[in-house]
Design a protein around this ligand. Structure first.
Ligand SMILES: [Zn+2]
Length: 138
């Protein structure tokens, strides 16, 4: 066996490939199948995040269709709200953080009795752009 015809294995089906050294697949079918699989995995993550943001938004909209509402965290938990997922953030001048899911968002608060609650709001025009470097600890 010379170097040019060194045997390698197809990345898709695992069968030995004969031919050029840089060949990674036995044929176009295997190449396409492999590339689609990689793309699907990428897309699956994006789609899962998108689904979670949409679900969160729907929950916030249902609980507070207009204006401002304060509800217990347990209500969000019971409805399956995913606190890890949001589309943007808003920080009030006082430093309260709103986790937005599109145009709905909430600010986590703890009341005087120690109960965790969420202040739900709608996006307002005065909410400026998030400034990631403004709050970096120096
Ligand atoms: Zn193959």
């Amino acid at each position: 066996m010379n170097l040019i015809e060194k045997e390698s294995i197809c990345k898709q089906c695992g069968k030995p490939i004969h031919g050029r050294l840089d060949k990674r697949f036995c044929d176009a079918y295997c190449r396409n199948a492999f590339n689609n699989k990689v793309k699907r995995k990428d897309e699956q993550y994006i789609m899962a995040v998108n689904r979670a943001i949409r679900k969160n938004r729907k929950i916030l909209k249902t609980l507070s269709p207009v204006g401002k509402s304060t509800i217990r965290r347990e209500v969000l938990d019971a409805l399956g709200y995913d606190f890890n997922i949001f589309s943007s953030m808003y920080r009030t001048p006082k430093g309260n953080i709103y986790y937005m899911c599109y145009e709905y968002g909430f600010n986590p608060i703890i009341d005087t009795r120690g109960i965790e609650k969420a202040v739900i709001i709608n996006h307002q025009d005065y909410m400026g752009a998030w400034q990631p470097w403004k709050y970096v600890h120096k």
